[in-house]
Design a protein around this ligand. Structure first.
Ligand code: PDD
Length: 268
């Protein structure tokens, strides 16, 4: 339906409490990329916050495919949000509320050549999020404050640091290359298990590059040969600046070039 025709109650718990989870699925050439992994993560998020999954896997697939079919662009970002539904404002789960589902497809912005040539700037910020960052909840205020700090510092992304370790970005996962080995934080409760993160690990295997899933000391950010951030919306970007430091040689690194090139081949 047209956006103007969508109606959601102000008493929806997604609005009142941020009592909701979401997914973002990239679509290339009208085909949803890693749809099964995204829908599995959605089902897991729903399960973790105990919102009843309103649809079967086949019904979710049909919703995504229907949005893709109706869109003019072939490259899209499909957004899905599920809330616990509408009820009088009260913290405990309502007894008779049905989940609210909102899904939309927007054109997927392509990455500017300038960004690919020069890389992006990052800043570090303290991670003040809760300790269930593995669930894709819509309550993103801590992420938004971090991202806004980056924006005001003319940087593209904020890297979240907790207890001396660099975990992930405000809306991306983090990879750090040192001495030819690629490092990324293990899948635990402190990061979102990114689908792009998994895809990049597959590409590293295909390229025969060594990687380790391990916690990344904050200091490594300032002595890294390469730093990458990954997400469904921005694929794999090379960072060439972090805080006031230049990363590696100040241009996107060699490993990033190989990974990016293979990414482009494998994504369609
Ligand atoms: N965010 N970590 C965080 C905190 C994220 O919000 C995201 C993605 C990722 C990367 O996950 P994936 O590779 O599955 O997209 C990691 C999406 C794109 C968003 O909020 O718009």
């Amino acid at each position: 339906m047209p956006l103007e025709a969508c109606r959601i109650s102000p008493l929806d718990r997604g609005f009142v409490f941020g009592d909701a989870v979401y997914e973002l699925i990239p679509v290339y050439a009208s085909s949803a990329f890693y749809m099964q992994q995204h829908l599995a993560r959605l089902a897991r998020s729903l399960g973790q916050v105990r919102i009843q999954d309103p649809y079967t896997r086949a019904q979710w697939e049909a919703i995504v495919e229907n949005l893709v079919r109706q869109s003019e662009s072939a490259d899209l970002a499909v957004y899905i949000q599920v809330t616990r539904g509408v009820a009088k404002r009260d913290h405990p789960f309502p007894e008779n509320a049905a989940p609210t589902v909102f899904a939309m497809a927007n054109p997927l912005a392509s990455i500017a050549d300038e960004v690919l040539q020069n890389g992006v700037a990052l800043i570090t910020v303290k991670d003040v999020r809760w300790k269930r960052c593995d669930i894709k909840v819509t309550g993103l205020i801590a992420n938004i404050l971090a991202k806004q700090e980056a924006t005001q510092a003319s940087a593209s992304e904020a890297i979240l640091v907790r207890d001396g370790f660099a975990l992930e970005g405000s809306a991306s996962n983090l990879f750090v290359v040192r001495e030819g080995i690629v490092h990324t934080h293990p899948k635990d409760n402190l990061i979102l298990p990114g689908i792009t993160r998994d895809f990049v690990l597959e590409l590293l295997t295909e390229l025969g590059l060594e990687f380790r899933e391990q916690a990344i000391p904050e200091e490594w950010l300032y002595s890294a040969d390469e730093i990458w951030v990954t997400s469904s919306a921005r694929e794999v970007l090379a960072a060439t600046k972090i805080d006031q430091h230049v990363v590696g040689k100040g241009v996107p690194g060699e490993l990033w070039r190989d990974v990016y090139a293979l990414y482009q081949k494998r994504k369609v």
